[in-house]
Design a protein around this ligand. Structure first.
Ligand SMILES: [Zn+2]
Length: 334
């Protein structure tokens, strides 16, 4: 139905036609549209619009306009094959949607509709098979959350921690950023330490898991960049957070290939982030009291293995002051 709106937008140069169209649709093109909701009514509107564009062709003699409207109509007819309720709902959205649609070709619209049609089906399946079948659990979650984990993961589309590690709703507070970095306290506020503050001080999570992964583009960017370069790139300025991990990698793994150095740095940066967590006084306080544990995790999606370890916290550790650390409880899941 969005496409029908586009055809309306093509008409303002013919005021009399515009008024005809408006009367057919019962709404102004710049106002929130209200469309017929039954398929029969939709067919009526379609039929009227087909007649209308033929009329436009005769009156204006403009082949360009005709072809545009024809393409629009074909797009509408194609899109009418899929998901009528969703299209009708979309058609009742505001003017912004109309304007956004104006420059979009029918092919793109159809692909977009397909994506959201599938998403809609997944959501309704979730509602039917998970939400409604575990209604009590979801109603309790609607009142409050008490997750035991804060998970800090990469934004990479292949490494969703809830999917890989099976966290259910309410089990993990999750923040994702490029290359799963934790900036040090002195860097100031960002979305990651805002999530850290809330989950540690308000939710009082018992575990923080910083989880990295193989073939991380953020780590590769860090390893590739010139450290002295002044750049306005948001990515380059963000991944600088991992420069200590890069230095350690360069010092200890310089004999390896670049790919292997990146893999080394992917793990090293996780430990760097665990140490950065301790720069937040309220994190260290809870770790020192034994109320909070800091864990690293590494998902290798090439071989589908997962490595997990825990930072061995020692107050006033000389090792930590020099960038060193000790780990314990290492496990390898394969
Ligand atoms: Zn990544």
């Amino acid at each position: 139905m969005k496409v029908v709106l586009r055809s309306v937008l093509l008409l303002p140069k013919q005021p009399f036609l515009r008024s005809v169209t408006v009367s057919i649709l019962g709404s102004s093109p710049v106002c929130k549209p209200e469309f017929p909701r039954s398929s029969a009514s939709t067919s009526t509107v379609t039929s009227l619009l087909i007649n209308l564009y033929l009329y436009v062709y005769v009156i204006s003699g403009s082949k360009l306009k005709f072809s545009e409207i024809e393409r629009t109509q074909l797009g509408f007819l194609n899109s009418s094959k899929i998901n009528l309720p969703l299209r009708l709902k979309a058609s009742r959205e505001g003017v912004g949607l109309v304007q956004e649609t104006k420059e979009t070709t029918p092919d793109v619209i159809n692909k977009s509709n397909d994506s959201f049609s599938e998403m809609r089906n997944r959501f309704l399946s979730f509602k039917k098979h998970k939400y409604l079948e575990n209604l009590e659990c979801y109603q309790a979650l609607a009142q409050a959350q008490a997750p035991k984990f804060l998970v800090i993961s990469c934004a990479d589309s292949r490494v969703c921690p809830s999917y890989i590690l099976g966290f259910q709703p309410g089990e993990a507070f999750v923040v994702r950023n490029v290359a799963n970095f934790v900036p040090p306290f002195e860097n100031g506020p960002c979305e990651t330490n805002a999530a850290l503050e809330f989950s540690v001080n308000d939710l009082q999570v018992e575990n923080i898991l910083v989880t990295g992964h193989s073939c991380c583009g953020g780590i590769r960017a860090l390893m590739s960049m010139d450290d002295e370069e002044k750049s306005s790139s948001f990515i380059k300025n963000w991944v600088k957070i991992g420069k200590a991990a890069k230095s350690t990698t360069k010092a200890t793994a310089s004999n390896l290939s670049f790919d292997q150095q990146c893999k080394h740095c992917e793990k090293e940066s996780i430990n760097n982030s665990l140490l950065n967590l301790l720069t937040y006084p309220w994190v260290e306080e809870r770790v020192a009291k034994g109320l909070l544990s800091l864990h690293g995790g590494y998902y290798d999606f090439v071989n589908c293995t997962y490595e997990k370890w825990t930072l061995d916290y020692q107050k006033n550790s000389q090792k930590r002051e020099t960038g060193g650390y000790a780990i314990k409880n290492r496990e390898f899941w394969s």
